[in-house]
Structures are given as C-alpha cells and as structure tokens.
Design a protein around this ligand. Structure first.
Ligand code: PLP
Length: 454
C-alpha cells in the first residue's frame, strides 16, 4: 500500500508546473526551486514510508515556496526601521545619504582607488579621504580603516606592543560582541594596567602607574553606559599634560564621532583635539552618518607610523566604503547635515513627527492612539537619554503582538517596530517621510487581515 502511495507522489515536472512555483522560478531561477522541490519530495516519500498521508499538490508547493522564502529571509534585506532607534546596530547603523549611495554605485566598477590620474602612476588609497578628514577636523593627519575596533587594535599594536597601556577601571567597557577593551589589549599584545576604581579615578592614579614600561595612556568614552553619583575622572587636558611630562602619547577613543557642537555628554572630536590628545579614534557609521569605517586623527608622526604597520593593510577600508566616506565628509564640509539621514532623523522635533503620526494613526481608528515617548539615538550614543517623539501605539487585537510582529517582519519590505504591553509601537523618526504611506499600507494589511497566514 505504501508503494502505491509513493507512486502517487507527483513527479518533479508536475510540482514545478504549480502556479506558485512557476512564480518562484521566475524570481529565483529554476535550479534553486528544483533543489528545494527535490528535498520536499524526498521528505514526502519518507513520511509516506512512515505511514503518513500523501500531502496535496498545494501543500507540497507551499512547502517548497516556504523553504525558498526561508533562504531569502537569511539574506540582507532592506527594511523599514519603525523603532525610532536612529543608529540601530542590528539594522546597519547609519543609513547612507543619496550622495554616498551614488558614490558607491560609481566606485563599484573600475575606479581610481590606488591610481593617480595626473601622473598615470600608482596612487595611495584614501589620499582624498584623509585630506577631507583633516580639512573637516583641523587634525594634522588622518587614517581611515575598516572600523573603529580595527583602528584601536592598530593603534595599540602599532604604538604599544609588548609594553603597557594605562586605562581607568571605569572605562574597561564592552562595546558589544567580542569587543572588550581588555581583550583588544590582549589581542594587540599590550599589557593592560588598570587604575582607579569603577566610579572614581584620579590623576594621581595614572601618575603612580607610569613606569618605564608604559607606552601610552588610553581614554575610552564609556559610550553605552553611564556611571552616576559619586564619580570622578580627571579632565582630559590634565591627562594630556601628564602624558607629555612622560613623553608618551595619549589615545582617546571617542566612539560615536560627534565632530563638534553639543549633544548630551557626548565627547566631541573638537574638544578632544583642543585638549591636545595625540590620537583620537571614532566610528564612521555612528554620528558621522557615513559608512562603516574607523577614523584615526592626530599627530602626523604617529599616524604615519600606523599607516605603515602590517595591521593597517589587513584592516584597510574597501573601495565602496571609501567612496561613501568621501561623499559623507563632503556633506559635512559643505555644512549640509540635512543630506545625511542620521542627522535628518536626529533633528526631527515632536512637532515635525506629530502630523505624520496623526495621519498614520487615522488608518486604525480607535485601535491606535498617539502618545509622547522617546526615540533612542543608539550606536552607544547618549545612553540613558532620548529624543522626545510622538509614537503611534496600535492595538493588534484580535491577533497577539507576537503574531503582529512576525507578520510585519515577513512583509515586503519587512517592518521592524517596537512592542510595549501587548501593543505595536511605531516611531516615525527613523522612517523616511516618503515611506509613510507604504508603512501604513503594510501595517493595515498585516494587522487587519486576521486570516493572513504568518
Ligand atoms: C562603537 C564604539 C567602538 C567600536 O566602533 P566600530 O566602528 O563599531 O568598530 C569603539 N569604542 C567606542 C567608545 C564606541 O562607542
């Protein structure tokens, strides 16, 4: 009997002729669909052997389509970020400006990455971007690498290998993933010397830890957490003075790359350079609003030394990010922060957001309400603080919030939102206004269609 049932399993051709799979073939090509279909048919054969019933042709086609969708789900997919977290680490941090995207497109083919058009000779990678960083920041020299973690590894290994670097205990942070200051020191071959306590470190702590084995002082901005209450850290300028007295450099990891101005407690590069640090390091894809990159600025002799280190070659920036970084720096130089999506989002006031939120909420009638709330800067910037916003708070009943969120994640494009107390919470700060309507349509379709399969 099971042999008969097995014989009833549709042939590959028949399955592939199912309209759902014809569509999949159009999207993904025949080999992908055939591979998935072969596996599904094989499982059906095994199931029947175990005494299960033969699935219908529709069931089989749906299983194949789902297997292919799962493949798609693992790939990079552009999403609507309705969380209000501006620098969302899991969603690629800074969205790029139109100019940066165009620059990437331009650089993607053959481009003058290491070619000097004037002389026809080999050029140096990143010459223009280094000049732009210097012009923008007033720093004497600059180097741009793959990310800030790489920049720190390079600086530690290049300037302090086999020697000691002094850091305050309150600054031994974990940025995320495997990036912890003590581990990076170890990876760089540097001996970490911790001074002070978690909440209080004094200049004298640094002073008494300096020996002839000391290569450097390091100051790390504890970007993603905050110590409050009975705290003390010596001012940067007095640490700079101490380092100078002993003829050793001071490295400042400022994290989020706020160039100047003021934003909560965020350190600015301008203040850091004014205090006289020898080297400062920051990320390209946080408050700078550019692509993933790590930027080192400071003393020309040290920057040159680092640029010649073998690790510099291993962590160099690729041509696409180089192109996007040039475009981003140009926007800063022209004073056109509004060109950068990060800054457009950061500058929105509740008054800017409210009319958009009202239009969105109106789609849901009594199931939605507006309320005041806060958007998060993210990327380790401004911990414990937020930007006032107007949130759209939607009751997903009769479906649960978990089902609603799952449906939003499988929409095209996927929508990532927040939930709070069983409700779906949308913060339009991180949604480009031109996507408001599309977002409304997706939310309506996903939340209202109660027979919509998830
Ligand atoms: C984010 C951050 C880093 C790591 O930067 P990446 O560019 O992600 O490598 C290092 N230090 C501080 C203080 C940070 O905030």
């Amino acid at each position: 009997m099971s042999n008969d049932a097995r014989r009833a399993i549709p042939k590959m051709d028949v399955l592939l002729a199912h309209p759902w799979l014809v569509e999949q073939v159009e999207t993904w090509g025949r080999p992908v669909v055939v591979t998935a279909a072969r596996r599904v048919l094989e499982y059906a054969r095994l199931d029947i052997g175990d005494g299960h019933e033969l699935p219908s042709l529709d069931d089989l086609a749906q299983t194949v389509a789902k297997a292919i969708e799962a493949l798609r789900a693992g790939r990079l997919t552009s999403v609507i970020n309705a969380t209000g977290v501006v620098l969302h680490t899991n969603l690629g941090r800074a969205p790029l400006s139109a100019a940066a995207r165009a620059a990437i497109e331009d650089a993607a083919g053959y481009s003058t990455v290491e070619f000097d058009l004037q002389t026809g000779q080999r050029g140096k990678r990143g010459t223009a971007v280094r000049a732009l960083v210097c012009e923008l920041t007033g720093a004497p020299a600059a180097l741009v690498v793959n990310n800030a973690a790489a920049a720190i590894l390079l600086a530690l290994s290049g300037l302090a290998k086999d020697r000691e670097v002094i850091v305050s205990r309150g600054q031994l942070i974990e940025i995320g993933g495997e990036f912890r200051i003590p581990s990076v020191m170890e990876a760089a071959g540097v001996t970490l010397v911790e001074v002070g306590t978690t909440n209080r470190t004094h200049l004298s702590d640094y002073r008494s830890a300096i020996t002839d084995r000391t290569a450097m002082l390091m100051v790390v901005h504890p970007s993603n957490y905050r110590i409050e209450g009975f705290t003390a850290q010596p001012p940067l300028s007095s640490l700079v003075e101490l380092a100078r007295e002993h003829g050793i450099p001071l490295l400042h990891d400022i994290g989020s790359g706020l160039l100047h101005g003021s934003m909560g407690d965020e350190p600015t590069l301008e203040d850091s350079l004014q205090a006289g640090v020898d080297l400062a390091v920051f990320s390209g894809d946080k408050l700078l609003g550019g692509p993933q990159a790590g930027i080192i600025v400071g003393r020309a002799d040290l920057v040159t030394q680092l640029s010649r280190h073998p690790i510099a070659r291993a962590v160099r920036i690729d041509k696409l990010n180089l192109a996007a970084m040039e475009a981003t720096l140009l926007s800063h130089l022209k004073g056109r922060l509004d060109d950068l999506p990060v800054w457009r989002a950061l500058k929105l006031t509740p008054e800017d957001i409210r009319p958009r939120a009202e239009t969105l909420a109106a789609l849901f009638g009594s199931a939605a309400r507006l309320r005041r709330g806060v958007s998060v800067v993210g990327g380790g910037s401004l911990p414990g603080e937020g930007l006032p916003s107007v949130l759209v708070d939607i009751d997903p009943a009769p479906i649960s919030e978990a089902v609603a969120m799952a449906r939003l994640r499988t929409a095209d494009p996927p929508v990532i939102a927040r939930t709070e107390k069983g409700r779906v919470v949308v913060d339009l700060r991180t949604v480009p206004p031109e996507q408001d309507q599309l977002l409304g349509e997706i939310l309506l379709a996903m939340l209202k269609a109660s027979d919509n399969p998830t």
